[in-house]
Design a protein around this ligand. Structure first.
Ligand code: NAP
Length: 529
């Protein structure tokens, strides 16, 4: 039998004052690792030192000792993950235990030992280790989230101060399984649980409220030690992890893909500004059913729905507003207390609101380019405001079908020469993601306003040509903000902080859209957490 004694006083003390975020610190040598730790300590006093990343952990101890003596507020988990368990340390389990003992002697208050190593140590070795520091017994599954319960049963056989179980999410529902385990076991055991991968973000943000004593984060982009790891600053500032508790309402954007969506940035900023106790997550669902299974379990209070689910979601809703039905697409869902799902289309507001703030739409002559989802929202929204709408689309049959449904007109491209409009709305995808394509030639831009629904790039070729001709231009970023503002209002019943939302979008569009969170090859190659 193992003794359950361990380093009881240290572990209890540590548990009581642990911050929610532990930042993984790596470095080529001990000097670099300790310098980094010193720089980030003010905002991130809780760190994990990845000793397995060091060329020679043996020469690191004096530097670690000096750092921890001069900065007593720093709490360190020493980890020396063995290569066979996903780390970089090539030594045996006993050699690993030796490194960790010495790290503890240098002042590291906690040490991480994999379940596989713990099993191969003699009981006396294990118990000795536990007298040195609080022990985090860890298990990592780099492929799946299967067998969480069985794995935890094995872990429980070995006494430890913390039980850390990390799996890989291949669906959103894997997060639910992880959080159920945390909820069930965290009353009796000090647990740390999360799912890796882009789809693991739910557990990285909500795991702490399900019972995880803390979670892991990266120092800066590019320094992730596991796929899906979020930057510590983003966990605090965007997702406000320190405030996440049982009362936090959860919202999200569902799509495939969603990694590049600006919605989490904008919506979380809006919640924060308006003191809404809520968090908004990117939800990458490879199938809509996966999302629907999570809606009630997490629970999710509201959803932004993006490609490719705007149409498919309709059949799963209890009711929809008139515009969603007309447009045949829904981009906003709210879940009632009883669990009913109601759908709205706020893309319509996204097109209409920026125009209405500039002009009276009644009898305005508007040309809509395109006949896809965005064009349908534009046409029905503009018709509802009394505008005279003409549609031009590459595939004329689709334009005619839309025109019939919305009681609008269609035109041919050869008509453009003789026509003048108040507004031209580009609802095609031509010009998206590049600065050289335009749906119309400069000579055909005969309108007071040109509104390009594309928001990336912010200045499309179409808008540049229009501005050069002296026409007023409206960027798709305004549509993005106004469709989101209406969602905010539907969910919270409060007016949305539109100006702030626009600032956040504009700032984000100034910088290139980053790599998917930890989904990059680089992150995958790195040792996992
Ligand atoms: P969609 O349903 O796929 O429709 C695409 C439309 O673009 C169709 O009418 C299609 O014509 C036309 N098109 C595509 N390639 C073309 C080409 N090479 N030449 C001429 N026409 C072409 O897409 P959507 O959801 O409506 O989105 C359209 C645009 O709106 C996208 O760029 C999207 O970024 C933007 N949008 C912006 C917001 C926002 O918040 N700002 C929201 C939603 C959408 P065919 O019918 O002939 O295929």
């Amino acid at each position: 039998m193992y003794s359950s004694q361990g380093n009881f006083v240290t572990s209890r003390m540590i548990r009581q004052r642990l911050p929610k975020v532990c930042v993984a610190v790596t470095g080529a040598d001990a000097g670099e690792m300790c310098d980094k730790a010193e720089t980030i300590a003010r905002d991130n006093p809780f760190m994990e030192f990845r000793l397995d990343y060091l060329k020679n952990p043996a020469i690191a101890y004096p530097k670690i000792k000096k750092l921890l003596e001069t900065r007593p507020e720093i709490i360190v988990i020493a980890t020396c993950r063995r290569a066979v368990n996903g780390g970089k340390f090539r030594g045996s389990a006993s050699a690993q235990a030796d490194v960790l003992s010495k790290a503890a002697a240098a002042g590291c208050q906690m040490i991480d030992v994999e379940l596989q190593s713990a099993k191969s140590l003699k009981r006396s070795e294990w118990e000795k280790l536990r007298t040195k520091a609080a022990v985090v017994l860890s298990y990592h599954d780099y492929k799946t989230s299967k067998k969480l319960d069985e794995t935890f049963e094995q872990m429980k056989q070995i006494p430890a101060d913390f039980y850390k179980i990390v799996s890989t999410a291949s669906s959103l529902y894997d997060n639910v399984m992880m959080m159920k385990l945390l909820e069930r076991e965290s009353d009796r055991y000090s647990m740390v649980g999360l799912c890796m991968g882009e789809q693991g973000i739910i557990s990285r943000v909500l795991g702490v409220r399900a019972g995880s004593a803390f979670t892991f984060a990266a120092v800066t982009p590019g320094e992730e030690t596991a796929p899906g790891q979020i930057i510590a600053r983003d966990l605090r500032d965007i997702y406000r992890i320190e405030q996440v508790d049982a009362a936090t309402k959860v919202y999200g954007v569902v799509g495939d893909p969603v990694a590049h969506s600006l919605s989490p940035l904008v919506m979380n900023a809006a919640f924060r500004r308006e003191s809404v106790h809520a968090v908004y997550l990117p939800l990458h669902a490879k199938k809509l059913e996966d999302l629907l299974e999570c809606v009630r379990e997490i629970p999710l209070h509201g959803l932004s729905v993006t490609m490719p689910y705007k149409e498919e979601i309709l059949e799963h809703l209890d009711n929809t507003d008139e515009l969603s039905t007309k447009v045949g697409a829904c981009n906003t869902v709210i879940r009632s207390q009883e669990g009913r799902l109601y759908g709205f289309n706020t893309d319509v507001n996204g097109v209409v609101a920026p125009l209405e703030s500039r002009m009276n739409l009644r009898s305005a002559k508007v040309l809509v380019l395109g006949a896809g989802g965005a064009a349908r929202a534009a046409v029905f929204g503009l018709k509802a405001r009394g505008a005279e709408v003409s549609i031009l689309n590459r595939t004329p049959a689709d334009a005619q079908k839309l025109a019939r449904k919305a009681q609008a007109k269609t035109i041919k491209s050869t008509d453009l020469k003789k026509l003048q409009f108040d507004v031209i709305v580009n609802a095609t995808s031509v010009g998206m993601g590049n600065d050289k394509d335009s749906p119309l030639a400069e000579a055909d831009l005969k309108a007071q306003y040109v509104f390009d629904l594309i928001y990336s790039p912010k200045q499309t070729k179409l808008l540049r040509m229009a501005a050069a001709k002296g026409l007023h231009t409206i960027s798709g970023s305004e549509m993005f903000v106004h469709q989101g503002a209406r969602q905010f209002e539907i969910w919270t019943g409060k007016p949305a902080p539109v100006e702030l939302m626009q600032q956040v979008v504009d700032k984000a569009l100034e910088t290139p859209i980053p790599e998917a969170n930890g989904n990059g090859k680089q992150a995958k190659k790195k040792a996992a957490r």
